[in-house]
Design a protein around this ligand. Structure first.
Ligand code: NOJ
Length: 553
């Protein structure tokens, strides 16, 4: 990113972000784990897609209990991913191609291997004693009923201090104490340090939990079989958390013109808005945290449409949006929202058209551009993700058979999105010459980048077309949004307008043909279609998962 572009206060509005899960992207040295040199070798592929930003999930040193979301050193690169020189080469390679670099900032918690924690656990009076959240036992037990989100209690006892520490995630991820001023200074200096290294922005992990529920009361959530209950909601979106984020913005993000996207747990749109409001100077945009299990049970095209319309109304005058259907915490979008069988190509293209035509900054998750689908491993041992393991244990503990537990785990597992990127039809999908850290989806013989790159009808080519259309149109990037047929359960139809420039997207978000009840035949020309349609008829019947983009004459 040239400095000129970054100097525009709202440069983040024109980004299309490609999310890379480095462990699973491309392995250059045959150890079965993706790495920076692997990514560097794929920068031309990424540039060909047309995106102009890359978000890397954490690549800092980590014992990897949660694949890098447990950082043990914030200022270097895990040797598993390469050297700092590799990082610099990656940075320069991105910037040369006009691609901004967004790193992941994980500061709700560290790894238990971080030096701060190793010191903090030693005594109640040292330099780092207050960097974490320590509590005395209550009647010889945990201080309250809070559950860690990967199973068991959120409290772990440390005999040296005679106290428990809090971990809202796994016990290897102790929560930082944001009331501690020295800790806050450390985080400011870490962000500024990366700013000096030329990083263009941060996706900020689990950031709505910085200030915990005052008095640490028991959680009212329904308990798991262990008796412990999640406390994420009562620890979210507190006034102190907003204060801490504003401070980070003022002292670290803003001086470097960084693009920031916060991952936040919000039940109410107004809470979400608070983080993304331009007048509050916290984040440029947010990723709402929606656990897959909730979404799998509740999503529908209509619910998605309503949520899009409501979010747009909430943010349109003051705020911005991060929009995505996939990431490393969710099942694959073509499996969850589309059809990974008969209509795989068409539904993958329809989902792409929808994301690229909406307002906000779109995020593309590695592999969605070639229609990668869920991977259904045949045994629980093949899964790596700690939350999948915990989910399976809980299913068994609550009376399900191993077969039932596995079937459900296959649907919700985060490993669906983490299986290696499918580059070729060859061994290990061309991801590694060694044994991949996580099993490759056997469908890679058919679904891979190599077979799609030169094929004008492929999902990859469709992504290129949609991204190019978006980049070339101010109306699509920044224009107003107007839905028609807001209550139709299958049809998504909306217009994007800025000045005299307008586009319409019409999509059938279902596996059935649907008559389109509005006459748009005089609107303009079809510029993109996933079915080969060349003109809009008065009495048009949409084909399953059809998507059409029309430009106003
Ligand atoms: C959200 C990240 O996306 C997820 O992968 C991680 O497990 C948690 N935050 C904890 O850091």
């Amino acid at each position: 990113m040239g400095d000129m572009e970054k100097k525009k206060a709202d440069w983040y509005k024109d980004l299309i972000v490609y999310q890379i899960y480095p462990r699973s992207y491309m392995d250059s040295n045959g150890d079965g784990i993706g790495d920076l040199r692997g990514i560097i070798g794929k920068l031309d592929y990424i540039a060909e897609l047309g995106v102009n930003a890359i978000w890397l999930t954490p690549i800092y040193p980590s014992p990897c209990y949660d694949n890098g979301y447990d950082i043990s050193d914030y200022r270097s690169i895990d040797p598993m991913y390469g050297t700092f020189d590799d990082f610099i080469e990656f940075r320069d390679g991105c910037h040369r191609r006009g691609i901004a670099i967004i790193m992941d900032l994980v500061v709700n918690h560290t790894s238990s291997h971080h030096m701060w924690f190793q010191e903090s656990r030693k005594s109640r009076t040292g330099r780092y004693s207050d960097y974490y959240i320590w509590k005395d036992p209550v009647d010889g037990h945990e201080p309250n009923n809070w559950a860690g989100s990967f199973g068991g209690s959120a409290w772990e006892y440390v005999p040296e201090r005679g106290q428990y520490y809090l971990h809202l995630f796994s016990k290897e991820q102790p929560d930082l104490n944001w009331e501690c001023e020295e800790l806050r200074e450390e985080v400011v200096s870490i962000i500024r340090w990366w700013g000096e290294q030329g990083v263009d922005g941060f996706r900020v992990d689990a950031i709505s939990y910085l200030e915990k529920a005052p008095g640490f009361p028991d959680s009212p959530e329904p308990p798991f079989s262990t008796g412990f209950a999640l406390a994420m909601d009562i620890c979210s979106n507190r006034e102190g958390t907003h204060r801490y984020i504003s401070e980070l913005n003022r002292r670290a993000f803003a001086p470097y013109h960084m693009m920031t996207v916060g991952e936040v747990n919000c039940r109410k749109l107004s809470d979400y808005h608070d983080y993304a409001s331009q007048s509050r100077h916290e984040f440029d945009m947010c990723i709402p945290f929606v656990p897959p299990i909730v979404e799998i049970n509740t999503w529908s095209p209509l619910a998605m449409k309503k949520s899009i319309m409501e979010t747009y109304e909430e943010l349109k005058d003051d705020g911005w949006w991060a929009r995505f259907l996939s990431n490393h915490d969710k099942p694959r979008q073509v499996s969850l929202y589309g059809d990974d069988g008969k209509y795989r190509v068409r539904s993958a293209k329809m989902l792409c058209a929808l994301m690229e035509m909406l307002p906000g900054t779109p995020f593309v998750y590695q592999g969605e551009e070639i229609g990668m689908a869920n991977v259904y491993y045949g045994s629980i041992e093949e899964y790596d993700d700690p939350s999948t393991q915990d989910f399976y244990r809980e299913m068994i503990a609550t009376g399900h058979t191993p077969e039932e537990a596995l079937r459900e785990a296959q649907l919700v597992s985060r490993d669906n999105a983490r299986s290696p990127m499918q580059w070729t039809a060859g061994v290990n999908a061309g991801f590694s010459t060694g044994r991949p850290w996580l099993g490759v989806n056997p469908d890679s013989s058919e679904w891979n980048a190599e077979s799609q790159i030169g094929d004008k009808d492929s999902i990859f080519s469709f992504y290129k077309e949609m991204i190019a259309l978006r980049k070339g149109s101010e109306a699509i990037r920044r224009g107003d949004l107007r839905f028609i047929l807001p209550d139709d359960p299958a049809i998504f139809a909306f217009e994007r307008t800025l000045g005299s420039e307008s586009y319409f997207l019409i999509a059938d978000f279902s596996s059935d043909p649907v008559p389109f009840p509005v006459d748009l035949s005089g609107y303009g020309d079809v510029v993109i279609s996933n079915t080969g349609r060349v003109a809009i008829d008065k009495d048009m019947v949409l084909e399953p998962y059809e998507a059409i983009v029309i430009r106003k004459m």
